[in-house]
Design a protein around this ligand. Structure first.
Ligand code: NAD
Ligand code: ZN
Length: 352
C-alpha cells in the first residue's frame, strides 16, 4: 500500500566513522510489515549525530550510515500489519526508531531501556534522507496543521529535556541550572522549565547565547568561559545563595559534570543528559553525603513523554530557535557544532 514513491533519493551518508559525510543518491528503503515509510521534509541536527559521525561513544554505529533522528514528514507507505497509521498522516521519526515492546522495560513504558533498541541514525538509517523507515508503534503522531520545520527539534531535544525535568522532580518556584543552555537541548530546557513554573539559570558562553537564553526566560546567565568562580556565581544566583534545586547537564564537555555536585543545593538533584566522549562523573563523597545529593542519568523519553513534549509545542509554550538550510549543507552544520557556534538548532530541508 503506497502513494507515488521514487526508487532513488538524496541522502547524507558516512562510509566510515570520522567521515567524510557524502551527499549522494541512494535507494529508497521499503518498509517491513510493522513499519512505515516517512517522506522526511525537515530534520534537526542533534549533537548526537556528530557523536555518531565521530564514532566517539562506546556503542558501534551501523556503516554505511545515514544519520539523523529529528525527522518530520508525511507517511507515504506502510506495511500490511500497520492499521492505525494512514498514508498522508504526518509523523516524526525519533531516536528510538523501534524497540521489542515485549521485554520487562518495554512493558513498563521504559522502552528506551529495551536491550534490543533500533536507534535512528545510529544502528539503523535515520532522517538525513528524503525517505526513512520507522516502526509504526514508535513514530510521533503529528497533527496536520503543525509546522514540520519547527517541530523537528522537539522530536529529540524537546522530548529529552522534558523527560529530564520530569525525572528531576523539580517543583514550581524552584531553581534549575541548565548547563549548555545555548544549545539545542538547552534552549528547549529553559522553555519547558519556565512552562512548568521553574526558575532558570542558564550556563553557557558568549553574547549571542546570553541574549538568546534571556529571551527564552532565563533569569540569570553565567558565562562558563569568563566566570572567575563558577560554583559561587551559580549559587549566588539563587534567592538564598544555597544553589539550584536541580541541575540539568546538556553540555558536551566533561568539566561541568565534575562541577555540578559542588553547586547543587542540599537535597538537590543532578540530571546527566549530555554525553561528552569518554567523560566521567566526579563528585566529592563528603559533600554528596552531607548534602544528600542525587545524581541520575536521563535518556530520551518513552512514547507518552514524546506526545506530552509535542503537546507543549502545540500549545505554543516551547519553540526551539532554529535556522533552516538544505540537507546538502550538513557538513557546514557539523563544523559550526564542533566550534560550539550554534545557538539553538539547525534544521535541514531535505528538498535541497
Ligand atoms: P549543542 O552542541 O547544540 O549544545 C551544547 C552546548 O553546550 C553548546 O551551547 C555549548 O556552548 C555548551 N557548552 C560546552 N561546554 C560547556 C560548559 N563547560 N558549560 C556549559 N555549557 C557548555 O548540543 P545538543 O544537540 O544540545 O546536545 C547536547 C548533548 O546531549 C550531546 O552530548 C548529545 O549527544 C546529548 N543528548 C543526549 C540525549 C539523551 O537522551 N540523554 C538526547 C539528545 C542529546
Ligand atoms: Zn538527539
Amino acid at each position: 500500500m503506497s502513494t507515488e514513491v521514487p526508487t532513488e533519493q538524496w541522502a547524507q551518508v558516512i562510509d566510515k566513522t570520522g567521515g567524510p559525510v557524502e551527499y549522494r543518491k541512494i535507494a529508497v528503503p521499503t518498509p517491513g510489515p510493522d513499519e512505515v515509510l516517512v517522506n522526511i521534509k525537515y530534520t534537526g541536527v542533534c549533537h548526537t549525530d556528530l557523536h555518531a559521525l565521530n564514532g566517539d561513544w562506546p556503542l558501534a554505529v551501523k556503516l554505511p550510515l545515514v544519520g539523523g533522528h529529528e525527522g518530520a514528514g508525511i507517511v507515504v507507505a506502510k506495511g500490511e500489519l500497520v492499521k492505525d497509521v494512514q498514508i498522508g498522516d504526518h509523523a516524526g521519526v525519533k531516536w528510538l526508531n523501534g524497540s521489542c515492546l515485549q521485554c520487562d522495560f518495554c512493558q513498563q513504558a521504559d522502552e528506551p531501556l529495551c536491550p534490543k533498541p533500533e536507534l535512528s541514525g545510529y544502528t539503523v538509517d535515520g532522517t538525513f534522507q528524503q525517505y526513512c523507515v520507522a516502526k509504526a508503534a514508535h513514530i510521533a503522531r503529528l497533527p496536520k496543521d503543525m509546522a514540520l520545520d519547527a517541530v523537528a527539534p522537539i522530536l529529540c531535544a524537546g522530548i529529552t529535556v522534558y523527560k529530564g525535568l520530569k525525572e528531576s522532580g523539580v517543583k514550581p518556584g524552584q531553581w534549575a541550572a541548565i548547563v549548555g543552555a545555548g544549545g539545542g537541548l538547552g534552549s528547549l530546557a529553559l522553555q519547558y522549565a519556565k512552562a512548568m513554573g521553574v526558575r532558570t539559570i542558564a550556563i553557557d558562553t558568549g553574547d549571542s547565547k546570553r541574549k538568546m537564553t534571556s529571551e527564552l526566560g532565563a533569569e540569570v546567565f553565567v558565562d562558563f568561559a569568563t566566570s572567575k568562580n563558577l560554583v559561587a556565581d551559580v549559587q549566588a544566583a539563587t534567592a538564598d545563595g544555597r544553589g539550584p534545586h536541580v541541575v540539568i547537564l546538556v553540555a558536551v564537555n566533561e568539566k561541568p559534570f565534575q562541577q555540578a555536585a559542588e553547586y547543587v543545593r542540599p537535597r538537590g538533584t543532578v540530571i546527566c543528559i549530555g554525553m561528552p566522549a569518554g567523560a566521567y562523573l566526579k563528585a566529592p563523597v563528603f559533600e554528596t553525603v552531607v548534602k544528600m545529593i542525587r545524581i541520575q542519568g536521563s535518556y530520551v523519553g518513552n512514547r507518552r513523554d514524546g506526545a506530552e513534549a509535542i503537546d507543549f509545542f502545540a500549545r505554543g509554550l516551547v519553540k526551539c530557535p532554529y535556522q533552516v538550510v538544505g540537507l546538502s549543507e550538513l557538513p557546514m552544520v557539523y563544523e559550526k557544532m564542533k566550534q560550539g557556534e550554534i545557538a539553538g538548532r539547525y534544521v535541514l530541508d531535505t528538498s535541497r
